[in-house]
Design a protein around this ligand. Structure first.
Ligand code: ZN
Ligand code: ZN
Length: 281
């Protein structure tokens, strides 16, 4: 089992690697710039080199970058879509420069248009953003969402359509967020519900294309379509749910990354330890 957390780049990009090492992560996720701003400095060659060297030394694998939250590749508003494509292209460039394995992005929102039109726009935007970039070793992961508002990708069918639609030009796969599944109404916290979602993932996307699981408990109830992460085992999903998830034979090769809150210092380490304990005892 490979497990890690989302770590902070405060101070310097390479701090994410050192922080992940201190916590005892096998893998980690980070932002490569401010996730809530459009302006992002591209890292210098020296910063990238320091990041890569630290990561090499500690052996973290895989390294995932989560894209900016403002990006909406599915937007029907031309200006926002163009801005999103340019920002996502810079995300791709940073991920490549840092040697990341995965760039995780939410599919965007379908406001003022049909969902299938928005899905097509998202596919086209992904391809345009990546045009001409050599994406060696970098896979774009589309993350399922909690179903809030007109957000796309809460249904596995929508995720599958985007992943498949872009795959003729790009290396694409899925990132599954457990709290988003739960909020969307997938009963991933029960034995039967977990089997059902694994069956659907395999049938619609292929389990071999599920590259990251965001392991998060949920403050919001099943089917609420509200995205509120909670510490592992302390939310509405509960400990047993995560015991089943981390032990599932079909999920053994998938890395787990916690995006749980830090309410008190040490919460990230405690969530990591909880995941390891649930896998063993
Ligand atoms: Zn996300
Ligand atoms: Zn997530």
């Amino acid at each position: 089992m490979r497990v890690g957390v989302h770590t902070s780049i405060a101070g310097a990009l390479e701090n994410a690697v050192h922080h992940a090492k201190r916590l005892g992560c096998d893998t980690f996720q980070m932002f490569s710039a401010n996730p809530r701003g459009w302006r992002a400095l591209q890292p210098t060659a020296e910063e990238c080199q320091r990041f890569r060297a630290a990561r090499e030394r500690y052996g973290h694998r895989p390294v995932a970058i989560h894209a900016n939250y403002l990006i909406n590749l599915a937007s029907g508003e031309r200006a926002l879509r163009e801005r999103s494509i340019a920002a996502f292209r810079r995300e791709l460039q940073r991920a490549l420069a840092l040697g990341a394995d995965y760039l995780i992005v939410h599919p965007g929102s379908a406001k003022d248009s049909t969902r299938s039109q928005a899905i097509q726009r998202c596919i086209g935007a992904l391809k345009r953003a990546a045009r001409g970039l050599p994406l060696d070793g970098l896979t774009i992961l589309i993350e399922n969402t909690a179903g809030q508002g007109s957000a796309l990708g809460s249904l596995l069918e929508e995720l599958a359509a985007i992943i498949a639609g872009a795959s003729d030009e790009l290396s694409t796969g899925a990132c599954l967020d457990t709290a988003h599944c739960f909020a969307m109404g997938y009963a991933i916290h029960t034995d039967e519900g977990l089997e059902d979602i694994i069956y659907k993932l395999d049938a619609l996307i292929g389990l071999e294309r599920l590259h990251v699981i965001h392991a998060n408990d949920s403050k919001a109830p099943l089917g609420s379509r509200v995205d509120r992460h909670q510490h592992i085992g302390r939310g509405q999903m509960g400990k047993e749910a995560f015991r089943r998830i981390v032990r599932h034979p079909k999920l053994q090769d998938v890395p787990f990354i916690c995006e749980t809150p830090i309410d008190r210092p040490g919460d990230d380490k405690r969530n990591l330890q909880m995941m390891r304990r649930l896998a063993l005892d």
